[in-house]
Design a protein around this ligand. Sequence first.
Ligand SMILES: C[S@@+](CC[C@H](N)C(=O)[O-])C[C@H]1O[C@@H](n2cnc3c(N)ncnc32)[C@H](O)[C@@H]1O
Length: 382
Amino acid sequence: MQLLIKTFHGLEAVLAEEVKDLGGKNIELLRRAVSCEGDLKFLYMANHHLRTALKVLLPIEHFNARNEVELYNKTKQINWSKYLQLNQTFAIDPVVFSKTFTHSQYVGLKVKDAIVDQFRDKTGRRPDVDTQFPEVSINVHVSNNQVNISLDSSGESLHKRGYRRTGHPAPLNECLAAGMLLLAGWEPSIPLIDPMCGTGTILIEAAMMAAKIPPGVNRRKYLFMNWKDFDRDLWMSVVRSAKQSVEAPTVSIIGGDIDSQSIDLAKMGSLDFGLGRLIKLERIAFKSHLPKTKEGLLIFNPPYGERLREKDLNAMYQEIGDHLKANYNGFDAWILSSNTEAMKHIGLRPSQKLTLYNGPLECKFQQFNVYEGSLKKKEKGN
Ligand SMILES: C[S@@+](CC[C@H](N)C(=O)[O-])C[C@H]1O[C@@H](n2cnc3c(N)ncnc32)[C@H](O)[C@@H]1O
């Protein structure tokens, strides 16, 4: 079967790699998604194992609709009893980019009406809608007049791993953090430092990768479990073999943060999956944070000045650059920030600049190779 796996802008290529490693076939990169082919086992594995996936959709129908009447009629032609039972609740999740259909809620309403009317015509009864906790969720994607209808096999977004603690103003999304590690080419053999770790999302994602702990390890519910063809034995075999692959790796994963409450949150999050042993956390300002290895990778997102108010963000970014140049010779630093002006004050030339989104904020994820001579060059240039 064909699957559509959704992700964030900029993570399509790393998701495609994950899909390939998991055994997906005929992989294609799309906008904020990857399409591929796989069997039922692959669908379960994709939900359980993909670190940069937000949702796994199963397309069931696509057609052209020039107006709402066609949308209604063509939706009503689908045999909905294959996908939804009378006693199950359902919801429509409309995503619309169209000049013809301008209101996504209206598209959702038309599709809902068509489904409900089909059941009523056949049985005199109809399934109920539950927008919050539906048992079946139907994704309707309209691009101009092209309508794609899919079943959502995941339900709640897959970024919700279950280790997140509330109390930090600016935590990274878990999928984004995993994607940053993959984009930076991090591997468990490379010492990793997040010197402004906040709740520790990057570090926890890294430790989970190193220990081969699937991102879905704590999750009990996926919507595919409500489908007619749900194969419990197959699902249990996926979970069992994932458990058997968990390792106790030797890694160097280090986090620092100037704020003691953030360090406490990071510690609590890392304990959830028994990762406390793998991640060393310390309350320390970056300007005092010195490397314990000769080489390695720093990945972090400093305050951008959006949600966290900093008195002088440019000076702070300059301090980051100066400290890197003075003390992290031989390291690669990947920094995510939406503040392009402040980024210039790092004073190092980026060797790669990628665009990612942290929520609604467009960010640059930049790689800086800190090597001998960075400081001298800057001094000469001044
Ligand atoms: C945007 S948040 C990082 C969020 C983190 N990636 C997460 O997922 O929770 C930036 C963090 O940098 C910390 N920070 C700010 N200035 C710092 C400094 N000079 N040294 C170390 N940490 C600092 C803040 O306390 C905050 O937790």
